[in-house]
Design a protein around this ligand. Structure first.
Ligand SMILES: [Zn+2]
Length: 63
């Protein structure tokens, strides 16, 4: 966010701010920003997995 005039530091935990920010990004209200979705990670190779993945596409470890 270098060069941005928006400084959200110190406000990130505020739900109203996050909701408004998601609204700006998506054009929808009550949109959850990507940041708020917990990421799934392979326990074997630490590859980032999609939430729907049952197995790691890289090493086959059960997610
Ligand atoms: Zn893996």
């Amino acid at each position: 966010m270098v060069g941005s005039c928006l400084d959200l530091r110190g406000q990130r935990a505020d739900p109203d701010t996050m909701n408004a920010f998601g609204k700006i990004l998506s054009g929808k209200s009550n949109y959850k920003t990507v940041e708020s979705i917990p990421k799934k990670m392979c326990s074997g190779c630490k590859k980032e997995l999609k939430p729907v993945d049952k197995f790691c596409s890289d090493c086959g470890t059960k997610a």
